[in-house]
Design a protein. Structure first.
Length: 290
């Protein structure tokens, strides 16, 4: 674990933020990139924070969830170790579940095994080959129409894109992805002043949700589905937002966060730069992830 500066709260690295925790509490991410239409931050219109959902909003229907566990926190070079895609009914019942154990064709660092519990030996002896896993995931993701819940999509989708390039099985840009709801990006924007970490465990606790089987693909995404439904109940304007518009709003919100995070890090490292892009990052060279 990489440790950051000690401010008035802990700031530390976690794979589900792919950056330092706590920065969200340092910077005032004002509404400059499209979220002003929701009026959640601008002028602090508190009435957007309460109320019941309209029965027609997307959060009252079925939702998909997708998550990865990997070899590294660096999305350019990380490889997939396990994955899960689930479809959830409005009452929380799982209607469909797909789980994969993948052989990453390289040693899994002990630091990664300590988090998700999957060893190099287990992945090699029990895992499917990476290409099969990725093709099966893409078969489900391509053309999916229901909202897809993710936790830090810029991390998972970037890894998927890099793995597709490495294995020469196409480009993520050519996949028709479903409307994405990123619990990390939305939580940062909707609950801007909440103190503490923004890990999935901490965010779930702030909504009164207990995560089970943390740091497994299945455990993390089933928890994130609960978090997003709770978020939608707390912020009704978020729940009723047009999903097409929400894609652009999340992209802008992530860019806003990156700008502020970069400014914070440049206090100590003048040349520090953040890899940007949501829902995935595109690097200067298509060979960087190889």
């Amino acid at each position: 674990m990489l440790l950051g500066r000690k401010l008035n709260h802990d700031v530390s690295w976690n794979r589900h933020t792919n950056n330092l925790h706590g920065i969200d509490n340092i910077f005032s991410l004002y509404d400059t990139c499209g979220w002003s239409d929701m009026k959640i931050i601008k002028n602090y219109d508190r009435h957007w924070y309460s109320g019941t959902n309209d029965n027609a909003n997307w959060s009252n229907g079925e939702l998909y969830g997708w998550d990865l566990e990997t070899t590294s926190v660096e999305p350019r070079t990380a490889r997939i170790v396990s994955a899960a895609i689930v479809r959830e009914a409005p009452n929380g019942t799982l209607l469909d579940t797909h789980e994969w154990l993948s052989n990453p064709d390289q040693d899994i660092p002990l630091s990664a095994t300590a988090i998700h519990g999957i060893s190099t030996e287990e992945a090699r002896t029990k895992g499917q080959d990476a290409e099969t896993v990725i093709r099966e995931m893409l078969t489900l993701l391509d053309g999916m129409t229901l909202p897809l819940i993710v936790v830090n999509g810029a991390y998972d989708f970037t890894i998927l894109r890099q793995e597709m390039l490495r294995l020469k099985i196409g480009r993520l840009e050519d996949v028709k992805l479903p409307p994405i709801v990123d619990s990390l990006v939305c939580d940062r924007k909707l609950d801007i002043w909440r103190k503490g970490r923004r890990s999935l465990t901490a965010t779930a606790a702030s909504y009164g949700i207990c995560i089970r089987a943390a740091h497994t693909a299945f455990g993390d995404i089933t928890c994130s589905l609960k978090v997003v439904r709770a978020m939608a109940k707390k912020y009704p304007v978020f729940a009723s937002c047009n999903l097409g518009k929400l894609q652009a709003m999340q992209k802008a919100a992530h860019e806003d966060w990156c700008t502020n995070f970069e400014a914070f890090r440049r206090i100590d490292e003048s040349d520090f730069m953040v890899s940007r892009g949501w829902p995935y990052q595109v690097y200067d060279s298509e060979n960087e992830g190889k």
